[in-house]
Ligand binder design. Structure first.
Ligand code: TRP
Ligand code: ZN
Length: 885
């Protein structure tokens, strides 16, 4: 808990460290009621900064100091200063050795930061600033050291002892304890340190690198999960090969380990040679994990593996540079997932997610740039902006430089900075130097927050055969940033003729037309682009593949959008046209609902989707994406003032209208696909994901018609399928239906069958917490009384409280304020247990400015109540105070 006034930390105050730590030798004595940590630090004055000897200020929190020595001389209390957060010493020579011993309490650590226990095993989470809860240290990423770690524990309960690098020695002692020593030959910052001790089994495999080195691969899990590791192992091997082929990056140790833990604040962590994963990001098999979960495992395994180069070999100078590793690594994992599955579908999923969630963050009180300039608590900056927008920024660099130029830049970056802690500027500089380009203006993407708007208008001169597009960009003010300068916005575009053909693209000064899809760089506040030799009035296809994270507007009519859905050669933009058409229709319905008029659905949306559904040649994954109406979250984000009830009513009305009108083709598709699923075993591959996806979307529409044969089909699927994807989809549909008896029966039998599988129970919890049926809050409160619920387990909190606040607008935003009050109560409780989780859970309340004055007042009152509730963690304090500012 915070005892001093929370302090804002600024990028502009960055100073290189006064001292360096060449070697770090750690010894852990793990016991059930305490742990002893001895650290020997081989240190010296940073030669770049001079030869004087300023005080040495080590970070340390919640440590009980037992002994301290400088160059083997024991220090007394007069020799150092100790506060809640620092230990200050006074070195008397340029090189010296510090020995410290501390006592810590992993067994009572509920914050899950530093060393803690999860389901009986010891594990660590040190990023960003958790290492200071383990020992006194220079806990900052620009201090890199060579680590040796010895752990000792009772052998029977903790037969497996792991740390970073290679095992170099081990042994048993007479008292039933044993020990192991690990040595990591690579210099690393403390945030990449890891340790694990537990009763674990492992699945073993091996990988031969591009230079023919053998690497042992091990995935450690609790014994009962040993049958759920194959998919992660396959994903790991694919990732290793892909990084060699796509980036020329080879793995560098003889062993790579993944450990699955049940209590984890995030998805996973890239500790050198010893990744620690939330079990939900490792375990997957057909019977217990959905297709989406399989894809998530593949993506997270890849993400953490890719960090070995983008993050570990080349790391961050300071935490303001977090996107240097996270934006780049998200970009790398999204390229990987695109290559393993369908690139267009992956792009659609990423963009839908970005526009719903990151755009909302960028428009709210916590908006910050990809490289923030200030923070109170760094854990609050593991955000959609740093991760997903950061990835979009890297993607734009690739779009501007081309794939080859980008690879040259990344090669130079890795070569030039291997073993260093660097900045986003260094990344850009490598891209510039490798390509002979100037990215000075482009760098505004790192410093300016907010989502740019790009307004486009057209003019066609038939006589001169000239077509002009005018681009106007602007960017709304964000906290602390009122004036914004123009961004460099790469706009990939094409022109389409009346027959659906691509028109040649010839720009001013060009002798002939170039490719028929091209990237135009918009870098002025207002800018015209003129196309020559345009023989007919074209329809522009703009921002293909979503080439920049902006809000683009062009005054398309609904008929034009239907035309683009059919004819655009860019798959992403065909989907985008379907979304824009749906948005127009839904916004019209919202207006009717608000005026108290009967809702009348534009038949064109129905007929457009009917055409999509009739197209047997179209990838079922694309059909699924087009059939999925924009979510309530996205409709909220694009609304000036979000009318929760009208949005929900309009979208449900549209879904029902579609279900009625398209009953026959949906039923036909559903039956055909269910037949395939019934007669072939589960396969975790893209085409199978696509088929099941469309099958399940069809089922959810069909169920809205209330027809008896659909309920029967749903129950048949629920009871007789061989995989969690079909079972969960059927359950979700039942939970959101009015078939109360069938719903209760299905929920009960599901829970009875899966009660011992925590990850499956998480799904059972969240499908109910997200149910939009009336009475949501009461249901959630009841779920929290269920024996499988546990407030100390982040996955459970996310499954119940997170799903309610984030995916159940109609219930969460009840006008009596009960949803807000509930969430605030949970945040106050969790603030004391796990500040990172408490702070993340707050996010729906931070969006209060989006709603009607009545709701705003209720939401604000809850934020104020949290602020006044007592001693707040820096995590919760920062989010609440900024939200109210
Ligand atoms: N670096 C991790 C990643 O791959 C993020 C992470 C894992 C993290 N655990 C954390 C960040 C705990 C903050 C706190 O993205
Ligand atoms: Zn990461």
């Amino acid at each position: 808990m915070r005892t001093e006034q929370p302090k804002m930390i600024y990028l502009k105050d960055y100073k290189a460290p006064d001292y360096l730590i060449d070697e770090t030798h750690l010894t852990f004595e793990l016991h059930d009621d305490h742990t002893l940590v001895h650290a020997q630090l081989v240190m010296r004055r940073n030669p770049a900064l001079g030869s004087d000897l300023p005080p040495l200020e080590l970070d340390g929190q919640e440590l009980e100091l037992l002994s301290l020595a400088l160059n083997d001389r024991a220090l007394g209390e007069a020799d150092y200063q100790l506060t809640d957060s620092h230990l200050t010493l006074h070195p008397d020579s340029a090189s010296f050795v510090i020995d410290s011993s501390v006592r810590i309490h992993p067994e009572t650590n509920t914050a899950l930061e530093g060393l803690y226990k999860s389901s009986g095993m010891f594990c660590t989470q040190c990023e960003a600033e958790g290492f200071r809860k383990i020992t006194y240290y220079l806990d900052r990423p620009d201090v890199m050291s060579k680590f040796t770690t010895t752990l000792s524990a009772e052998q029977h309960s903790y037969p497996v002892l792991l740390s970073n690098g290679n095992p170099i020695a081990s042994g048993s002692e007479e008292d039933g304890r044993h020990w192991a020593t690990w040595e990591d030959p690579f210099m690393k910052p403390a945030y990449l340190f890891a340790l694990v001790a537990g009763d674990l089994w492992c699945v073993e495999d091996s990988f031969t690198t591009m230079t023919e080195r053998e690497v042992a691969l091990r995935i450690y899990v609790e014994p009962e999960n040993i049958d759920k590791c194959q998919h992660a192992m396959d994903s790991l091997k694919k990732s290793m090969r892909w990084d060699e082929q796509t980036y020329g990056r080879e793995y560098d140790l003889d062993i790579f380990m993944i450990v699955a833990v049940n209590d984890f604040n995030m998805g996973a962590m890239e500790n050198k040679g010893l990744n620690i994963f939330n079990s939900s990001a490792v375990l997957a098999k057909a019977e217990t994990a959905t297709d989406a979960a399989h894809q998530r495992v593949e993506a997270i395994v890849a993400h953490e593996y890719f960090h070995n180069w983008s993050g570990n070999r080349v790391t961050c100078r300071d935490w303001f540079q977090l996107s240097l590793k996270e934006g780049f690594t998200v970009f790398r994992d999204s390229q990987f997932s695109a290559d393993m599955n369908s690139p267009t579908v992956k792009r659609i999923e990423d963009v839908a997610y970005l526009r719903t969630h990151q755009f909302a963050e960028d428009a709210g009180p916590l908006a910050h740039s990809v490289r923030p300039d200030a923070f109170i608590e760094i854990s609050n900056f593991y955000t959609l902006t740093v991760y997903e927008k950061g990835s979009e920024v890297v993607r734009m660099i690739q779009t501007l430089l081309g794939a080859e130029g980008f690879r040259k830049g990344s090669d130079l970056y890795f070569e030039r900075h291997d073993g260093q802690a660097v900045t986003c500027d260094d990344f850009i500089k490598a891209m510039e130097d490798a390509n002979g380009v100037d990215l000075t203006q482009f760098k505004r993407w790192y410093s300016q927050a907010g989502t740019p708007r790009l307004q486009v208008s057209e003019a066609y001169d038939a006589d001169a055969q000239r077509y002009t597009l005018t681009f106007k960009q602007s960017c709304p003010a964000t906290p602390g940033q009122t004036e914004k300068l123009p961004f460099v916005i790469p706009v990939e575009l094409g022109l389409i003729g009346a027959q659906g053909q691509a028109l040649p693209l010839q720009l001013e000064g060009e002798a002939a037309a170039g490719a028929d899809t091209r990237v135009i760089s918009i870098d002025q506040a207002e800018q015209q682009v003129v196309f020559f030799g345009v023989a007919e009035q074209p329809l522009p296809s703009l921002l293909r593949s979503f080439s920049a994270p902006v809000k683009l507007s062009f005054p398309y009519s609904r008929d034009q959008l239907m035309f683009l859905m059919q004819h655009d050669s860019d798959g992403f933009n065909r989907w985008e046209a379907s979304q824009q058409l749906a948005v127009q229709v839904l916004e019209e319905l919202v207006g009717q609902q608000q005026r108290g008029e009967p809702m009348v659905m534009d038949q064109r949306l129905i007929s457009a989707l009917e055409t999509v559904l009739a197209d047997e040649m179209l990838d079922p994954a694309m059909v699924s994406e087009m059939l999925s109406l924009p979510g309530e979250g996205y409709l909220t984000e694009i609304a000036e003032v979000a009318d929760v009830d009208a949005i929900h009513a309009a979208r449900e009305f549209a879904r029902e209208a579609l279900a009625q009108a398209l009953y026959a083709p949906l039923w036909q598709r559903y039956q055909a696909y269910r037949e395939v699923s019934r007669n072939s075993p589960y396969v975790a591959e893209a085409e199978h994901f696509a088929r099941r996806r469309l099958q399940n979307i069809a089922l959810s529409y069909l169920m809205l018609t209330g027809k008896e044969q659909v309920l029967e089909a749903c129950l048949e699927q629920f009871e007789h399928c061989d995989n969690m994807t079909e079972r969960m989809a059927a359950l979700a549909v039942l939970v959101n239906s009015t078939h109360t008896e069938a719903r209760a029966k299905a929920l009960a039998s599901f829970a009875e069958f899966f009660k011992d599988n925590a990850l499956v129970m998480d799904q059972w919890f969240s499908v109910q917490a997200a149910s939009t049926m009336p009475g949501g809050l009461a249901r959630v409160e009841e779920l929290m009384q269920h024996p499988a619920f546990n407030l100390k387990n982040p996955n459970k909190v996310r499954a119940v409280i997170g799903a309610f606040g984030g995916q159940n607008a109609i219930n969460f935003h009840q006008l009596d304020g009960s949803g807000y009050r509930f969430l605030a109560d949970q945040v106050i409780t969790l603030n004391a247990l796990n500040p990172q989780i408490a702070s993340r859970l707050l996010s729906p309340l931070t969006r209060w400015r989006k709603y009607s004055p009545e709701r705003q007042a209720l939401m604000k009152a809850e934020l104020e109540r949290i602020l006044a509730s007592g001693e707040l963690s820096s995590d919760v304090y920062e989010v609440v105070s900024k939200s109210l500012a």
